[in-house]
Design a protein around this ligand. Structure first.
Ligand SMILES: *Cc1c(COP(=O)(O)O)cnc(C)c1O
Length: 404
């Protein structure tokens, strides 16, 4: 088996070889600028871009004209949130989101707060869900946008976006969802789910890095945005800049494959994920699963290993590429804000590992990975005085620690 084994598909996915094949001609042979209207180089590029637009639209039940290409989900989220806020400022200055969103939603919201907008930060329960009554109560006639992710990137919890969408529609407020993790792993349908704006990123769905899109609803209601990038007026004036044609072609192919293979792929992923969890929990009965065990993405398991420090664990399992429950956004080891929002203490958050599986994960890899984790957790515990005390029946919460 080739190591390290990649179990970090929620951080990024490899390009599917079929995606790479589709992209290759667009680097050198068919290199035209999709905005060149006066010659065949431009027309060919434009045709490829429009085909990809159709493929991405089909994945989410949208019309191709509703797809605005961006550099990824970070840009799509910024465009949705800041673009709506600026456009609808006359109507109101209130936005709603949740504390477990990705930084690419939280930070634009914080930026708006600094500009005088009002943001409601909804808390979540221990499974990662917002309270829908609380959401409804928070919506006022000054509310211009609700932004709640389709699925969480750290624990995989799925928000009931169809209910949230219906609620927002009834209340007359726009609904944006960051569906970066959900694309290809959960059926998306912007009509049935009443989504007005939706962010996607190619590199989380077996496409290339640096390309993504924002779905912007064209009717019932027609959503308008203030562009965050001024220039040539590309993309219905919502996002200027020469299009990344190879990337867009890759994203289109990735979307086409996701749609075609989802039905077959999802149960396989869920079975591998369940196998991984079952093997860990059988060998380490005090390990804790995080997130909603039912309403969640099929490919992701987030597990805490009490009395083991997550970073030491990760250092000890160099053959595995996984993520820890600590923030990777800073040099310091902050415990994950998502896990803390779910009610985990610093200790448990620090001792958590996110395993995210994907299209190229095998059963043998899952078995190897779980064996290695179990072995390493046991080794670390055998050296841990805390673990020894727990084994002796000492309740650690009652211990009075004294400094020498
Ligand atoms: C990865 C990710 C993003 C950022 O996407 P980029 O395309 O890398 O900018 C945003 N939201 C979620 C939920 C993600 O998982």
């Amino acid at each position: 088996m080739k190591t390290p084994i990649y179990l970090d598909y929620s951080a990024t996915t490899p390009c599917d070889p079929r995606v790479v094949q589709r992209m290759l001609p667009f680097f050198a042979d068919t290199f035209g600028n999709a905005a060149s209207r006066s010659h065949a180089f431009g027309w060919t590029a434009e045709a490829a871009v429009e085909q990809a637009r159709g493929e991405v639209a089909a994945l989410i039940g949208a019309h191709p004209k509703e797809i605005i290409w961006t550099s990824g989900s970070t840009e799509a989220n910024n465009l949705a949130i800041k673009g709506v806020a600026e456009m609808y400022r006359q109507k109101g200055n209130h936005l709603i989101t949740a504390v477990t969103e990705h930084k690419a939603v939280l930070d634009p919201m914080k930026h708006l707060e600094s500009q005088g907008f009002e943001v409601t930060w909804l808390p979540v329960d221990k499974l990662g869900h917002v309270d829908l009554d609380q959401l409804e109560a928070a919506i006022t006639d000054r509310t211009i946008l609700v932004s709640l992710m389709t699925a969480n990137n750290e624990v995989g919890t799925l928000h009931p976006i169809h209910e949230i969408g219906a609620l927002c529609k009834r209340k007359g407020t726009l609904f944006h969802s960051d569906a970066t993790q959900a694309a290809g792993r959960f059926p998306l349908d912007v009509e049935a789910q009443h989504v007005d704006l939706l962010s996607l990123s190619a590199h989380k769905m077996y496409g290339p890095k640096g390309v993504g899109c924002l779905y912007v609803r064209r009717k019932n209601p027609r959503v308008r945005l203030v562009a965050q990038m001024d220039g040539g007026g590309h993309e219905r004036g919502m996002r200027s800049g020469t299009l990344n044609v190879p990337g867009i072609v890759g994203m289109g192919e990735a979307a086409r494959l996701a749609k075609a293979e989802m039905v077959r792929e999802l149960p396989l992923l869920a079975a591998l994920r369940d196998r991984l969890e079952a093997r860990l929990l059988a060998a380490l009965p005090d390990a804790v699963r995080n997130g909603d065990p039912a309403a969640r993405l099929p490919h992701l398991a987030n597990v805490s290993f009490p009395y083991v420090e997550g970073e030491s664990l990760i250092m000890g399992i160099k053959e595995l590429a996984v993520s820890s429950g600590s923030a990777c956004t800073s040099a310091s080891l902050e415990p994950s804000y998502v896990l803390k929002s779910l009610g985990l203490g610093d200790e448990l958050a620090h001792s958590s590992i996110r395993f995210s599986l994907g299209r190229f994960t095998s059963e043998a890899e899952v078995d190897f990975a779980t064996d290695r984790v179990v072995q390493e957790v046991k080794r670390l515990r055998s050296m841990s005085p805390l673990w020894e005390m727990v084994q002796e029946g000492i309740d650690l919460t009652q211990v009075r620690w004294t400094a020498h």
